[in-house]
Design a protein around this ligand. Structure first.
Ligand SMILES: Nc1ncnc2c1ncn2[C@@H]1O[C@H](COP(=O)(O)OP(=O)(O)OP(=O)(O)O)[C@@H](O)[C@H]1O
Ligand SMILES: O=P(O)(O)OC[C@H]1O[C@H](OP(=O)(O)OP(=O)(O)O)[C@H](O)[C@@H]1O
Ligand SMILES: [Mg+2]
Length: 329
C-alpha cells in the first residue's frame, strides 16, 4: 500500500463478534447512537456504521481485536484489559486505553486447592514450590492461558520454582485432573473456582480487568480515519456526559450573574448557555449527586419553579476521549 492510500484508509472499528463482550459492546455503541449494518447478513464479518461514513466495522473475537490493534490493522476496538496485558508486552507503546466501560469485569487470579489450608499468600506458595523442588525434585505446575501475566507476576514475587502448563480451556479442572497443582485464570463470580475446590490467594489478584475502549497508535491515522474517530468518540463522550449530569432549569430574576456563577462553581455545575437571558430562565448542567443541593441553593436565591431532567446527549467542542487519542497519534 502506498503512503497516500494508507493515509486515506477508512477507520476500522473492531467489535467483539462472540462471547461475553459481544452483547454489552453492541449495547454500548447503541446507547451512543452508533448502530451497525451488516450488509450481507449475519455471516458477513465486515459492516458499516449507520449514517457514518469513513468507517468499517470488523467483527472479531476479543483476543483477535487485541492483535489487530497492536499491529495497526484496526484503529479502535473494544476488548478486555486482561487480553491486552497478556498479549502485548509493552501495550502502552502501541495502544491507548481510552476508557474503561463498566462491563466485562473479571479478575485474573492465582488460585490453589482449598485443601492447602496453610497456603494463603504468594510467600506461602513460594515455600510450597521450594519444598516440592527440594523433596521431590519436581516443579510446581501452574495451569493457565495467561502465560505472560503469570510469569511477570510470579517474578515480581520472587517465585521461580514453577513450570507453566498451557491450558486452552477448563483450566480450573487441571488440579483435579492431575495436570497441574494450581491455576491462574479469570474469575467473575468465583463460582467456577468454588466448584473446583480452589481458592484465591490473599495477594493473588494479578489484574482487575474490564472491557475497555482501546485505540491503536500504529494504525494509519489519515484524515478519513481521524474524522470518523472524532465523530464516534464525540457521540460516546456525549452519551457518557449526559448520563453523569442532570439539567436544572429555573426562572431567576433577582439573582446577579456573579451570585449564580458562584453557586454553580461551588456545586460543580456548568452554565452551558450562559447566565439568564431577558426571560430570566437559566439552564444548569450539574453532577447527578449535586442536584438537590443545587435546587436548594436556587430556591434560597429566589427561584420559583425549578425543573430537573435527564438528557440524552451533551455534545461539547472537545471531549476527554478525543483529547487522549490526539495526544498519541
Ligand atoms: N466471567 C468471565 N469469564 C471470562 N471472560 C470474561 C468474564 N467476564 C468478562 N470477561 C472478559 O471477556 C473476555 C473474553 O472472554 P470470552 O469468554 O468471551 O472469550 P474467550 O474466552 O477468549 O474465548 P472463548 O471462550 O470463546 O474461547 C475475557 O478476556 C475478559 O476480558
Ligand atoms: O468466576 P466465574 O463467574 O465462575 O467465571 C469464570 C469462568 O468463566 C470463564 O470461562 P468461560 O465460560 O468464558 O469459558 P472458557 O474457559 O471456554 O473461555 C473463565 O475462564 C472461568 O472459567
Ligand atoms: Mg471464555
Amino acid at each position: 500500500m502506498t503512503q497516500t492510500q494508507a493515509n486515506d484508509a477508512p477507520l476500522v472499528l473492531a467489535v467483539p463478534s462472540k462471547g461475553r463482550l459481544q452483547e454489552n459492546a453492541t449495547a454500548f455503541f447503541g446507547r451512543a447512537g452508533l448502530s451497525f449494518v451488516q450488509a450481507r447478513g449475519q455471516r458477513e464479518y465486515r459492516g458499516q456504521i449507520a449514517g457514518l461514513g469513513g468507517a468499517e466495522v470488523a467483527y472479531l473475537s476479543a483476543s483477535e481485536i487485541v492483535a489487530q490493534l497492536s499491529s495497526g490493522a484496526a484503529h479502535l476496538g473494544i476488548t478486555g484489559e486482561d487480553l491486552v496485558r497478556e498479549q502485548v508486552a509493552d501495550a502502552d507503546a502501541s495502544m491507548v486505553l481510552l476508557a474503561p466501560l463498566g462491563f466485562g469485569q473479571a479478575n485474573v487470579v492465582v488460585a490453589v486447592p482449598q485443601a492447602w489450608i496453610d497456603v494463603r499468600t504468594m510467600a506461602d506458595l513460594d515455600d510450597v514450590a521450594a519444598t516440592m523442588r527440594a523433596r521431590h525434585g519436581r516443579k510446581l505446575r501452574v495451569a493457565t492461558k495467561y502465560v505472560n501475566l503469570t510469569r511477570r507476576f510470579f517474578a515480581s514475587h520472587g517465585l521461580a520454582d514453577y513450570r507453566i502448563v498451557e491450558s486452552l480451556g477448563a483450566t480450573e479442572g487441571a488440579p483435579a485432573a492431575g495436570t497441574a497443582e494450581i491455576v491462574v485464570d479469570i474469575t467473575t463470580t468465583g463460582a467456577t473456582l468454588t466448584a473446583n475446590a480452589l481458592k484465591v490467594l490473599d495477594d493473588g489478584v494479578i489484574l482487575a480487568s474490564e472491557a475497555n475502549l482501546v485505540a491503536s497508535v500504529r494504525a494509519p491515522w489519515g484524515k478519513q480515519a481521524r474524522d470518523a474517530a472524532a465523530a464516534i468518540l464525540s457521540r460516546i463522550a456525549a452519551e457518557e456526559e449526559a448520563r453523569s449530569v442532570r439539567e436544572v432549569r429555573a426562572v431567576l430574576n433577582a439573582v446577579s450573574p456573579q451570585r449564580l456563577g458562584e453557586i454553580a462553581h461551588r456545586l460543580g455545575a456548568r452554565l452551558p448557555f450562559g447566565t439568564a437571558g431577558s426571560d430570566g430562565v437559566v439552564t444548569l448542567h450539574c453532577p447527578r449527586k449535586a442536584v438537590f443541593p443545587l435546587v436548594e441553593e436556587l430556591s434560597k436565591a429566589g427561584a420559583d419553579d425549578i425543573t430537573v431532567r435527564a438528557l440524552d446527549y451533551v455534545f461539547r467542542r472537545s471531549n476527554p476521549l478525543i483529547e487522549r487519542l490526539l495526544a498519541r497519534i
